[in-house]
Ligand binder design. Structure first.
Ligand code: NAD
Ligand code: MN
Length: 782
């Protein structure tokens, strides 16, 4: 044998991390865990428990308590008792506790990493080098936000008691993403870990005890989906934060509709990994390995769809197959293993059956020549080619080590394919052409875009979805809005309402009867049903307003969708100018608009003041159109990590009855200022101002379809809006019961909802609601 042959035939010896420490720790609890409530370990009320397994060998690691309604209630009450005092401690004191937690996590780094690997099956290299360090980082970073809360979130207070439900793929990291921001902002929590992976959450509870965290601030209730349901249904919480499947996310949306609880959802994905012909192909393939085989592909933002430009497709696939042959699947405690085990046999079966279905639908399967260990729940890295964009495996989240590959020819086609799922969690773009890469990053619908990199996470950079990947962000300043609320205050318009001189009103002669139409796609159109509603005016006479129906809603949404595409990319200076000009036109029609209000309200002075406030409101949001910035985050990442607040899309507005004009414009203006298109249902009792606003709009430069106005009874139309898949957000102000129903119906495509009885208190909140944050990561250097 030559030296060369020896080098080439060298095989890996085992390099296991010792699990002794972790086993001793488990033994210390008798491998039989209780619940952590009010700072104490307590037995589950029902006395039932279940096994948690080590996926690498299928053996039980410990028994986990199954919390029932009594336990959940005790935990919520403990959190409630603790909350006021925790908030009253102040940011600095809370910062000290969070800092202490971060320190303990670092101190127990090895224990936590090994426990996580044992319970979840993920490689020790990942728990040791990624999960646990990011957990510590998250608590340090949020210790900082606790310290800064008073100055950086003036006028904000904690939400209260937070129910938090997490999945099994990053057990401790998901816990950190939930608990750190909640505690920093003065909330207390009841957290339910996933049934497959409860152990590190219980280890975290021990840390809370060790550092003397006040009892009840953190409560951990273990159990399966049944426990989750009980926690969701408990009326004693103020907020619900969930990470997991889109199906369960929908259930939670419906369950919390109308309760007034804050809701954030981090759901599934089918994230594209885009490789252009001018990419550094070797780097791209390494990136791809990380994107889809990190954590066995059990990652919500896994780059599970490879979209590669046709000209380089064969090269990239050949390199990928070669790389797959070299990956190592095996004992997750082995430091030289690339892929560990699948979390549970249920998940393993799910992966197998989806891959079989893919093959039945015509996909070509590639798996490496070697085979996986047989004694645990292992699945090899898998590549499916010859996949149609509509195939099951191209649409459904597999949540396993399975990559699906498709090709594109042009950048436009790449974007179309990338956006061709209901999801929008993340995307990875590979090209050496910075202009192309950043352009694609802008156009892909996803909460996070990695340029020439993948799987970058940091506590200072918010993470979360677009579309059916959910809403709300975790991390950074943008994530903290999920855990604060504004102190009760006035309305958005209060600060804007100047002292106005009543407009001179001619002794109003009785009006000629007028018939108003609907306003769709920039045109006045007759309602589809041909009906109108008759209004009896205070000063005599009548007016007819169009009565919109389902078909009108459909037409309006279609017009809005069409208009929104170009409105979204219209430059911010142009949008500002258009809004200023709209304000100017409203001012010119001050008497007309005031009279339209007073025609049904009878209050002429109030009407004039309202028009003036509406003009001020238009100025206000025109001002913000080019100023509501993103940020460049100071993550430890070498390169540029910046956010873009992007429009949500089409916003459905159900306006309050009163004030008639301002109730419409205080919602419309922030939405369109940020690049959304709107379908609005103005006040039912006082719709005339909206009708006359149409004339103002026609004289303005607001493009047709950006604002659509449908008059008539809300009842049916608002439900149609709430159900419509072409509507991305629904804002509902006024009738609380109707808002609850709208929230329930919004679950279909998980549209973002914003509801309230009166107009919102905070003009900035409207801007935040009108946008969603995209985080873009661009590395610099070699
Ligand atoms: P899941 O959504 O069912 O479970 C997530 C968490 O929710 C767990 O703690 C679970 O106990 C709890 N839960 C389940 N049903 C509930 C209910 N009705 N009410 C309240 N809580 C409930 O996810 P899963 O069953 O573990 O995995 C199924 C699929 O979900 C996966 O194959 C994958 O596609 C997806 N998933 C996504 C993520 C993510 O991070 N986005 C994480 C895990 C799983
Ligand atoms: Mn387990």
């Amino acid at each position: 044998m030559t030296v060369r042959e020896i080098y080439q035939s060298l095989s890996y010896g085992p390099a296991p991390e010792s699990a002794d420490l972790a086993h001793a720790w488990l033994d210390g609890f008798g491998r039989d865990f209780r619940l952590f409530i009010g700072g104490k370990w307590r037995a589950a009320h029902s006395g039932t428990s279940f096994d948690t397994f080590n996926p690498a060998n299928g053996k039980s690691l410990a028994r986990i308590a199954q919390a029932d309604a009594v336990d959940v209630d005790a935990a919520v009450k403990a959190a409630r008792r603790a909350q006021k005092k925790w908030a009253a401690l102040g940011g600095h004191e809370r910062a000290r506790y969070l800092y202490a937690i971060a320190r303990q996590i670092q101190k127990h780094h090895r224990l936590l990493a090994v426990l996580e690997t044992l319970d979840n099956g993920k490689p020790i290299r990942e728990t040791r080098d990624i999960d646990v360090p990011l957990v510590a980082r998250h608590f340090y970073h949020h210790a900082g936000w606790a310290q800064l809360m008073e100055t950086e979130f003036p006028g904000c207070e904690p939400v209260g008691v937070c129910a938090q439900i997490i999945p099994w793929n990053f057990p401790l990291m998901m816990l950190a993403w939930k608990i750190a921001p909640a505690l920093a902002m003065g909330n207390t929590v009841v957290l339910k870990p996933a049934e497959f992976t409860s152990i590190t959450a219980l280890a975290f509870a021990e840390i809370c005890r060790e550092i003397g965290l006040p009892p009840g601030v953190v409560n951990i209730v273990t159990g399966d989906g049944e426990t989750g349901k009980l926690l969701v249904a408990h009326p004693g919480t103020d907020k619900l934060a969930f990470t997991g499947s889109t199906e369960v996310g929908r259930i939670l949306r419906e369950a919390t509709a109308g309760t007034g609880k804050k809701l954030s959802l981090e759901l599934g994905g089918k994230s594209p990994f885009l490789v252009f012909e001018d990419a550094d192909l070797d780097s791209a393939v390494e990136g791809l390995v990380d994107a889809i085989w990190f954590n066995q592909g059990q990652v919500c933002c896994a780059g599970s769809r490879l979209l590669v430009q046709e000209s380089v497709a064969e090269t990239v696939l050949a390199k990928t197959r070669a790389r797959m042959e070299k990956l190592r699947v095996g004992d997750p405690l082995d430091k030289a293993v690339d892929l560990g085990a699948i979390v549970d046999s249920v998940q393993l079966e799910r992966i197998k059956s989806l891959v079989e279905q893919g093959c039945r639908e015509g996909a070509e399967l590639f798996q490496p020549a070697w085979s996986c260990p047989k004694d645990g729940w292992f699945y090899p890295p898998t590549l499916l080619t010859n996949v149609a964009p509509a195939a099951t495996v191209a649409q459904v989240e597999i949540f396993g080590p399975v990559l699906v590959a498709m090709t594109f020819r042009t950048p436009d086609e790449a974007v179309a394919l990338a956006n061709n799922t209901p999801y929008g969690l993340a995307a990875s773009v590979w090209s050496e052409n910075v202009g192309l890469a950043l352009d694609i990053a802008d156009r892909v619908k996803a909460g996070t875009v990695w340029v020439n990199c993948t799987n970058q996470f940091d506590a200072a950079s918010g993470f979360g979805g677009y579309r059916e990947s959910g809403y709300g962000r975790e991390g950074g300043r943008e994530g903290l809005w999920e855990y604060v609320k504004g102190r009760a205050g006035g309305t958005v318009v209060e600060g804007l309402r100047g002292k106005s001189q009543p407009a001179p009103v001619e002794a109003a002669p009785p009006r000629m009867d007028r018939t108003h139409k609907l306003y769709i796609g920039g045109k006045q159109v007759r309602p589809d049903g041909g009906y109108s509603v008759t209004l009896h005016l205070k000063h005599g006479g009548t007016a007819q307003v169009g009565r919109g129906n389902r078909k009108d809603v459909r037409n309006a949404v279609e017009a809005a969708r069409k208009a929104q595409e170009s409105w979204a990319v219209a430059n911010t200076h142009l949008r500002a100018q258009i809004l200023y000009y709209l304000a100017e036109n409203m001012e010119a029609e001050r008497a007309l608009l005031a009279r339209a209000i007073a025609d049904t309200t009878g209050d002429r002075d109030g009407a004039t003041a309202e028009v003036d406030a509406a003009v001020a409101c238009a100025f206000h949001y025109a001002a913000w159109a080019d100023k509501f910035d993103g940020a460049v985050h100071r993550t430890p990442f070498r390169g540029l990590n910046y956010t873009r607040p992007e429009p949500v899309g089409v916003v459905g507005l159900v306006c309050p009855e009163d004030p008639p004009l301002l109730g419409l414009l205080a919602l419309v203006l922030p939405a369109i200022a940020m690049g959304n298109a709107v379908v609005a249902l103005p006040s039912q009792t006082h719709p005339l101002a909206a009708c006359d606003l149409v004339r103002v709009l026609e004289a303005s430069d607001v493009p047709g379809g950006v604002l659509n106005l449908l008059t008539g009874p809300h009842a049916e139309m608002e439900q149609d809006l709430a159900k419509h898949d072409g509507v991305d957000a629904l804002w509902h102000f006024g009738d609380i019961e109707a808002a609850a129903e709208a929230e329930r119906l919004s679950a279909g495509n998980l549209k973002q909802t914003w509801t309230g009885r009166v107009l919102p208190a905070d003009a900035r909140e409207a801007l935040r609601r009108a946008t969603q944050v995209k985080n873009i990561w661009v590395p610099t250097g070699e």
